[in-house]
Design a protein around this ligand. Structure first.
Ligand SMILES: Nc1ncnc2c1ncn2[C@@H]1O[C@H](COP(=O)(O)OP(=O)(O)O)[C@@H](O)[C@H]1O
Ligand SMILES: [Mg+2]
Length: 282
């Protein structure tokens, strides 16, 4: 059966590559997003708060001062062990704003936790558009979870131990075997898959606002999972609405089909990429 998406796509099919004509490509950019807009459900349940977890930190995947850290952990539950992601956010107001104001960790947590509450409500975790979110982990006195760390040389949780206000965390599904979108892996099909997932996110009344290759995970089978909702806005934020969804959709289309794919073709021809986003995704 042909879905509404397929019908829509066949009308707005992207041009064939390679081509260097930016103008020609701009003309083929879809005017609209294939969004099925259903008015938002009021009173979306908040994320559950998790108590008494047993976690071991294995690796710190990323740390941003005053903001958040992303840890790869093992979670022991009902006698079983599984990988998970623990994203821990500072709650203190940032002291050091050198280099411009940063979004405080607490604000990033608010945005990301609201986005995941929406995703659970609208079935995006169930459908694998985004990771599962198991819930919120609090740290009063760090006694809610048993935090062990496997690294001998470094206290990976160190940057949080001296905060005035206890940090707060989200426990997320670890997307095993998936890696950030790489320029040379991008194809038209993969680009279309990424766009589909972005539309699902918009249908959950969330504007991602940071749809960069590093926040798009791709599996060997071409599966696409979107992560990192730290910059996102959810209803009733006025930017979590169809005009802004459409702008984000068109921006993503442009990024994938006008900026990145022609750069991939250039590289395959032995030329230099033109766009900085392509260089970052090498
Ligand atoms: N659920 C996940 N499964 C696997 N890897 C992840 C997951 N979440 C984050 N990562 C890895 O950690 C990196 C940083 O996570 P992200 O949520 O993007 O943090 P930040 O907001 O600091 O950019 C990602 O680019 C990805 O490589
Ligand atoms: Mg990120």
């Amino acid at each position: 059966m042909t879905s509404a998406w397929d019908a829509w796509w066949s009308e707005h099919h992207p041009p064939q590559f390679p081509t260097d004509s930016y103008l020609e490509l701009e003309e083929s950019m879809p005017k609209d997003e294939p969004l099925v807009y259903v008015p938002p459900t009021p009173d979306i349940p908040p994320l559950p708060i998790l108590h008494g977890l047993s976690l071991t930190i294995h690796e710190r995947l990323k740390y941003m001062e005053t903001q958040a850290a992303v840890f790869k952990v093992t979670l022991r539950l009902h006698g079983q062990q599984k990988w998970a992601i623990l994203k821990v956010y500072h709650s203190d107001d940032p002291q050091n704003t050198e280099g411009g104001p940063l979004l405080p960790g607490r604000e990033i947590f608010n945005r990301e936790s609201q986005a995941y509450a929406n995703f659970i409500q609208y079935g995006l975790c169930r459908d694998g558009v985004v990771p599962h979110c198991y819930g919120i982990v609090g740290f009063p006195g760090y006694d809610l979870i048993q935090l062990e760390t496997t690294a001998e040389d470094e206290d990976m949780f160190g940057p949080f131990r001296h905060d005035n206000n206890p940090p707060i965390a989200l426990l997320l599904e670890y997307m095993d075997g998936m890696k950030c979108l790489k320029l040379l892996d991008l194809t038209e099909n993969l680009g279309n898959e990424i766009l589909k997932q972005a539309v699902r996110i918009h249908e959950a009344h969330v504007l991602h606002d940071d749809l960069e290759p590093r926040n798009i995970l791709v599996g060997a089978d071409g599966r696409v999972v979107i992560i990192d909702f730290g910059s996102s806005a959810s209803y009733p934020d006025p930017i979590a609405t169809p005009p802004f969804f459409r702008a984000e959709y068109r921006g993503l289309w442009r990024k994938l089909f006008i900026r990145m794919l022609p750069d991939k073709e250039r590289i395959l021809r032995g030329e230099e990429p033109w766009d900085i986003i392509s260089v970052h995704a090498l």
